[in-house]
Design a protein around this ligand. Structure first.
Ligand code: NAG
Ligand code: NAG
Ligand code: NAG
Ligand code: NAG
Ligand code: NAG
Length: 560
């Protein structure tokens, strides 16, 4: 038997709840728990293609909160926490957490209830929020029909829609009442028209919130449940929730903004990707989708989640590794109207394409902070925070586009002016914005990414010539903490640093041949330029390595 919701429980949760307005001020780091960090800091191998549990845990996340906070994030979205299908299936293991079998138990691959509570406490003590991913559309099986007795609490066929595959995305009944998944892992579609199922979920989401001090929810597969299921679910959660409506059409997505606090903004995601994936992407189409969403969404784009990557789509750098294009596309969520979400690994330059390749283990990166894109994200977060602090209306000011060119775009959200471009790293972008920036004539502006300063001309006009296809993000110098400029890791510095690099020399020999093995040779390398983290190395000509006349040389690049 399924219990009835106790109104008192839901109300108690509301008292401490994190509201959409509180979430708007934050930026979110999304991670896949199994792939982010291990409890003991070890770095087990993790081949994404194997689709197995690699060893990440909630304790591991606690261990690496400094890394997340260093970049300026103040919320963490973790992958689903409840017990999943065990063992191997034709689609791999359930390391991602989206294959629920028991809604009331935790997935013990990731730790215990204490570990999860410790994660919530550790986040809260840093002033950070915990966002938990939940799935209510379906339960996962490894046979068809499922063995319903393996499910908690929906242990009978009557709790599910009659089996049929989702086959017709133009038929909303088919989308809502048929099943996702495949023959290997059929996803039994919960009958969210059934009163017992409805009552369970409304009670459950409030319990989950209070049991683990959750500050916000990300909800999976929202478009696969009737819209009028959601308002009471949102109320019962008592905290901000952002729903996945996996569709690029503003008109399809907009009605969901009326039933949940926020949606993951797929229409922007697609146009953002298309605009910056090549030097011929359409900037105008990005502008058009934003303007449509500003008028169609319930609360404009202020409470949507804005993202460039996630666990379901190819990483941006699997499409292009042009660092000019990458830096522009990455900047968007931080200069736009929604709540920025960054998918773990993007900051380390990960290039995995579609699932499962986009779920790389982050420990393999060493969580290095001295990297161009880590620094990029850190400054973007700092700039957004500075704009929020400088203007009480920043978060309710909708972006405008005072200048739209073929390869350039000016995005105004006073006091920020973001100058974007898709000319690419080999291009020299220029922006001439004659009005619409909100700046008074004579205001000193700073590009937070390079700390170069400019002065606004008459009518607030701004003329900037950039370099290497990078974006330029302007704020009045008076509102930006320029300590960041001197702290920029890898900003211009003298060529005095020297690093020793040791090469090991390996020989391929034939049986019976004698070789004299030379001792390891050490040569010194030093850098000549170090601009915003991009280091160009030169070797010391007085200490050249001599390649043996035969055999192979293996570089031991111990400076990485
Ligand atoms: C829509 O899908 C439902 C469920 O699969 C089906 O019963 C119905 O016939 C479909 N309607 C149309 C117009 O195809
Ligand atoms: C919340 O905790 C209570 C008490 O331990 C437990 O009965 C309930 O199943 C938990 N609910 C969830 C969704 O974890
Ligand atoms: C500016 O930033 C630095 C380093 O991030 C910090 O230590 C300092 O407190 C900040 N100053 C202000 C006024 O916020
Ligand atoms: C850094 O060096 C580059 C190239 O030498 C130069 O164009 C740029 O102005 C310098 N930036 C700063 C902040 O000094
Ligand atoms: C590279 O060389 C250093 C110094 O000889 C050694 O300590 C290190 O283990 C070597 N690394 C690899 C990967 O061989």
């Amino acid at each position: 038997m399924l219990g009835r919701v106790l109104a008192a429980c839901a109300l108690a949760a509301l008292a401490l709840a994190a509201t959409p307005a509180e979430w708007q001020q934050r930026s979110i780091y999304q991670l896949v728990t199994d792939r982010f960090a291990t409890s003991d800091g070890s770095s087990p191998s993790c081949d994404t293609e194997d689709r197995v549990y690699c060893g990440g845990t909630w304790q591991g996340i606690i261990n690496e909160l400094d890394y997340i906070q260093y970049m300026g994030f103040d919320a963490v979205w973790i992958s689903p926490i409840v017990a999943n299908l065990e063992g191997s299936t034709g689609d791999g293991y359930s390391y991602h957490g989206y294959w629920t079998v028991d809604q009331n138990a935790l997935n013990d691959h990731f730790g215990t209830a204490d570990d999860l509570n410790n994660l919530a406490s550790a986040l809260h003590s840093r002033g950070m929020y915990l966002m938990v991913d939940v799935v209510v559309n379906h339960m996962a099986a490894n046979t068809l029909p499922p063995d319903y007795s393996t499910f908690t609490p929906f242990d009978a066929e009557s709790y599910f829609h009659t089996f049929c595959w989702v086959t017709d995305y133009s038929n909303q009944t088919n989308v809502e009442q048929c099943w996702l998944g495949d023959d290997s892992v059929p996803l039994a579609d919960c009958n969210t028209e059934n009163d017992d199922v409805i009552d369970f979920f409304y009670s459950w989401i409030g319990q989950l919130q209070s049991n683990y001090s959750v500050d916000g929810f990300r909800i999976d597969t929202v478009k696969h449940i009737r819209k009028d299921f959601w308002p009471d679910f949102q109320n019962a959660a008592g905290v901000y929730a952002v729903g996945e409506v996996f569709d690029g059409d503003v008109n399809y997505v907009a009605p969901y903004t009326e039933v949940l606090d926020g949606i993951l903004d797929y229409p922007t995601y697609y146009q953002l990707t298309y605009a910056f994936e090549s030097t011929s992407g359409s900037i105008q189409n990005l502008v058009n989708v934003i303007q449509s969403a500003q008028s169609a969404y319930e609360n404009k784009l202020f409470t949507v989640g804005t993202f460039l990557e996630n666990q379901d789509n190819p990483r941006f750098q699997s499409i292009t590794t042009d660092q000019g294009l990458v830096k522009n596309a990455m900047a968007w969520p931080f200069i736009a109207d929604g709540i920025p979400i960054l998918y773990y690994g993007q900051e380390q330059g990960y290039t995995g394409a579609n699932d499962p390749y986009n779920r790389e283990a982050l420990w393999l990166s060493g969580y290095e902070e001295d990297k161009p894109l880590v620094q990029h994200v850190r400054i973007l977060n700092a700039a957004r925070k500075a704009a929020i602090a400088a203007s009480s209306s920043y978060l309710s000011t909708a972006v405008t586009f005072p200048s739209v060119g073929g390869n350039t775009l000016a995005v105004s959200k006073y006091p920020m002016l973001a100058l974007l471009t898709n000319v690419g790293a080999s291009g020299t972008p220029a922006w001439d914005v004659s009005s619409g920036t909100g700046y008074a004539s004579g205001t000193e502006l700073i590009d937070v990414l390079t700390c170069t300063t400019y002065t606004a001309g008459s009518g607030g006009s701004v003329s900037v010539t950039g370099s290497e296809g990078a974006p330029v993000i302007l704020l009045p110098t008076s509102v930006f903490n320029t300590t960041y400029c001197s702290e920029l890791v890898g900003t211009n510095s003298s060529s005095s640093d020297t690093v020793a690099v040791t090469f090991e020399i390996a020989y391929d020999t034939t049986y019976g041949v004698t070789v004299d093995l030379p001792p390891s040779t050490t040569i010194e390398y030093k850098y000549i330029t170090k601009v915003n983290g991009d280091v160009t190395w030169e070797d010391d000509p007085n200490n050249e390595i001599t390649t043996p006349p035969s055999g192979s040389v293996t570089q031991n690049d111990s400076w990485h």
